[in-house]
Write a protein that binds this ligand. Structure first.
Ligand SMILES: [Zn+2]
Length: 263
């Protein structure tokens, strides 16, 4: 029996236990924004890392768009409602969405119009970590496809890019904006970062980088529900592609209505 069992009655002991963590969802997300604002944080763009007013703690809100462009759009709208900016990184070779389609390009344009920083989520297995290769990728996309901000985050980053400073673009893992004492994320769809984040905001830690994957913030009944929503969207995108490109062959698919998807 340890000391606390002897000294504290059971009812009081329950009160001392950490309150259950909040749920992933819009309310919790809004709570993070308002808490940071109330604590005087300046929400900064990663491509302008030193733009904060003097003496203001800095908050880099980062979203790697691994799965859901509709949810990236949704979080961008909520941030805009709160008058803050985020940093969104889109992947060229994701298999969960297509970068080079009007819907994604429209979301990128809209996010930039709202004042968010929108850069590339680089897959080192495709492009590598070489400065020239990434800079030329930006040149090509910006000149021919869609305007972007010259900032990157890396998908499953190798040790080579952690802390690395590039000249031609900003790296979200640059040592000026990233270190273990200022970085938190919702990786593996876990809310466990939340208690630490609230403690850091309470003490007004001078710099915080928070990576939130937009898709995890869609309220769902569970992973099976999430999987169904994602599969339905991808299936519908494939259906529309086949109708548009091979109309005579896939005429029988034409009767599906146009649907809106939230994941
Ligand atoms: Zn990623």
């Amino acid at each position: 029996m340890n000391e606390i069992d002897v000294l504290v009655p059971a009812a009081e002991l329950t009160n001392m236990v950490e309150p259950s963590p909040p749920e992933l969802g819009e309310n919790t997300f809004r709570g993070i924004l308002t808490t940071a604002l109330n604590q005087g944080y300046h929400f900064a763009r990663l491509d302008e890392p030193v733009g904060a007013p003097l003496g203001c703690p800095v908050f880099y809100l980062r979203h790697d768009v691994d799965i859901s462009t509709p949810m990236a759009m949704r979080l961008g709208e909520i941030e805009h409602e709160h008058g803050v900016c985020g940093n969104f990184f889109f992947q060229l070779n994701a298999e969960t969405y297509s970068f080079f389609v009007p819907e994604t390009l429209a979301i990128i344009r809209r996010l930039r119009e709202m004042g968010h920083c929108v850069g590339l989520h680089i897959d080192e297995l495709l492009i590598g970590a070489d400065e020239r290769a990434i800079a030329q990728t930006f040149d090509w996309v910006i000149e021919h496809i869609v305007a972007l901000d010259r900032a990157v985050s890396f998908h499953r980053p190798s040790p080579e890019v952690l802390g690395r400073r590039y000249e031609a673009f900003m790296n979200a893992y640059d040592e000026r904006v990233f270190d273990a004492g200022s970085y938190l994320s919702d990786s593996r769809r876990s809310i466990t970062f939340h208690a630490t984040l609230m403690a850091w905001l309470a003490e007004r830690r001078p710099r915080i980088q928070l990576l939130l994957h937009a898709e995890w913030w869609r309220e769902v009944e569970g992973v099976a529900h999430f999987w169904r929503l994602l599969s339905e969207r991808r299936n519908d995108e494939l259906r529309r592609y086949m109708i548009k490109n091979f109309p005579k062959v896939f005429a029988s698919l034409l009767d599906g209505e146009n649907r809106q998807f939230s994941v």
